[in-house]
Design a protein around this ligand. Structure first.
Ligand code: SAM
Length: 207
């Protein structure tokens, strides 16, 4: 499907208002231009279920998405699986004007001036998600402060032609003993979901 940017955004927003997450997936997967400011990846229903199952299997109650952007992925996960997903962003002014001038946002963002921000990004009850996050020092800081046992990184695999730091399949954690628990390609896009767990923290949670 070939869309103008405006038509693409309006189509997604109308489907969002109607709660039609399945059709949002269809539109995203058939969209040729790949308007990444709305969402960097093109997940399938199976990918959304893989994400939710990875979190539930680790005894956690939801996902905290760091740098959630428009929040479309977060809304899709929540709608398709019923899992709670919280979205954190840094720049309050940008997201207010994004909503007014550039297009819809699909989640209630939580910003650093809210006391909830620190609670969510450190909580042992939630998995942290970094989707197309490309900020190494903040990533290391989040990982240093996080008390939970599950971190999910979404980004490009070999040959995708885009870049993130951390990379999903080679995140180079600077804190803690994280091991790969599962990975899944997003459709045939060469983007990957990688789920890491920390067995030491698993023991703390279960004791
Ligand atoms: C490339 S975008 C990805 C957005 C979204 N996750 C997606 O996949 O479409 C990276 C996002 O990270 C946010 N960001 C940058 N530094 C951050 C930080 N220290 N904490 C939280 N979010 C941050 C940016 O504002 C931006 O929205």
């Amino acid at each position: 499907m070939i869309f103008s940017m405006e038509h693409f955004q309006t189509t997604i927003e109308e489907l969002y208002k109607a709660g039609d997450w399945k059709e949002v997936i269809v539109v995203l997967q058939n969209e040729l231009q790949w308007f990444s400011h709305v969402l960097w990846v093109r997940p399938s229903e199976n990918n959304l279920k893989f994400l939710a199952n990875s979190v539930i299997q680790n005894g956690l109650k939801g996902i905290v998405s760091i740098g959630c952007g428009s929040g479309l992925l977060e809304w899709l996960i929540q709608s398709a699986t019923g899992l709670k997903v919280v979205g954190l962003e840094v720049d309050c002014n940008y997201w207010k004007s994004y909503h007014q001038h550039n297009g819809p946002s699909f989640i209630q963002h939580i910003f650093p001036d809210s006391p909830e921000f620190r609670y969510y990004c450190t909580s042992e009850k939630y998995a942290l998600l970094f989707c197309y996050f490309n900020y190494r020092k903040p990533f290391d800081d989040y990982m240093c402060n996080y008390k939970g046992n599950c971190v999910i990184i979404i980004g490009p695999g070999y040959g995708r032609g885009t870049h993130t730091n951390p990379e999903p399949l080679d995140p180079k954690f600077s804190h803690g003993n994280w091991i790969l628990n599962g990975a899944q390609e997003i459709g045939n896009t060469k983007d990957f979901i990688a789920v890491y767990i920390n067995r030491e923290k698993n023991k703390e949670v279960n004791n």
